[in-house]
Write a protein that binds this ligand. Structure first.
Ligand code: SAM
Length: 269
């Protein structure tokens, strides 16, 4: 599997004074949009080629606007070979803006892309231990990283741990690895990894970070602690316990009101 956050082609020179610039050392983030999308399709199709059937790729991107026109990652993702398995909202938990043309964009997107295995287009079910996680991922912004646009280590940890699950062997690829966040996550979780970045400086930083991976074990463990359920759906069902908003009592289907549902305290589990 793989995970990446590519450069977003944000045309940094056009940025307003309210927002900090993201400037990479080895590449400009300023291509004609058509060319940018063509390159992204090419990179994603190459990843599709090298990733095994049944494998996944997590692609982090965001909504952008160019002269009022919305550019959506789906515009080019649908042109790749990948099956789009899920669109995840990454709530970056950043503070509000003081003014702007739109409501303050605090979220990015993560696309879970899937390479079908044989006739199985949908892929395997996630293990019950990941059941508390939803399609909204909330991670606070990353501090203590000299790279201008890193993602928090919890993000690749969540993706790798949920997908690789009980597999003891595997390779994780990040074709725009920046400060090496994906690689450190893979290393701590015990997988092989391949990282690529155009900037020599970021590659050197990644190597240094990988050597000091022990400093990040705590952050990885914190994310892993979210992948637990006290009882699985199957176990609750077998014991006749609450398994959702609708339940069968004496073979009759009852619908709990939201109030009853909250009263029971079930929503905490
Ligand atoms: C958003 S950053 C990735 C940050 C990374 N996820 C992290 O946590 O540090 C995108 C990276 O893509 C790199 N990059 C830009 N153009 C590239 C290219 N053509 N090939 C490889 N890497 C490139 C930049 O140097 C930058 O480090």
């Amino acid at each position: 599997m793989g995970i990446t956050s590519p450069p977003y082609n944000k045309r940094e020179n056009k940025k307003g004074w309210l927002v900090d610039k993201v400037v990479y050392t080895g590449a400009t983030d300023n291509l004609p949009e058509e060319e940018y999308q063509r390159i992204q399709i090419e990179v994603l199709n190459e990843l599709y080629r090298v990733i095994k059937p049944g494998g996944s790729f997590f692609y982090n991107h965001k909504l952008r606007w160019e002269r009022g026109f919305m550019l959506h990652p789906m515009d080019w993702l649908r042109k790749t070979k990948w099956v789009i398995r899920q669109e995840i909202i990454w709530d970056r938990m950043i503070a509000a803006n003081i003014r702007g043309w739109r409501f303050w964009q605090v979220e990015e997107r993560i696309y879970w892309l899937y390479k079908p295995e044989g006739k199985n287009i949908i892929g395997k079910e996630l293990k019950p231990r990941h059941a508390l996680l939803t399609s909204i991922w909330r991670f606070p912004p990353e501090n203590n990283n000299p790279h201008p646009a890193p993602f928090p280590i919890a993000l690749p940890v969540r993706a790798i741990y949920s997908i690789m699950d009980e597999k003891s062997d595997g390779i994780i690829i990040d074709p725009y690895c920046g400060s090496g966040t994906t690689l450190v996550a893979a290393k701590i979780l015990g997988y092989h990894y391949i990282g690529i970045d155009i900037s020599k400086e970021y590659v050197e930083y990644s190597i240094k970070r990988l050597k000091n991976y022990r400093n990040e074990i705590k952050a990885v463990e914190e994310e892993l602690s979210r992948h637990v359920v006290r009882k699985t759906f199957k176990e609750r069902k077998e014991k006749g316990e609450f398994v959702g908003r609708h339940r069968k009592v004496n073979n009759q289907k009852f619908s709990l009101t939201l109030f009853e549902y909250q009263e029971r305290g079930d929503h905490h589990e």
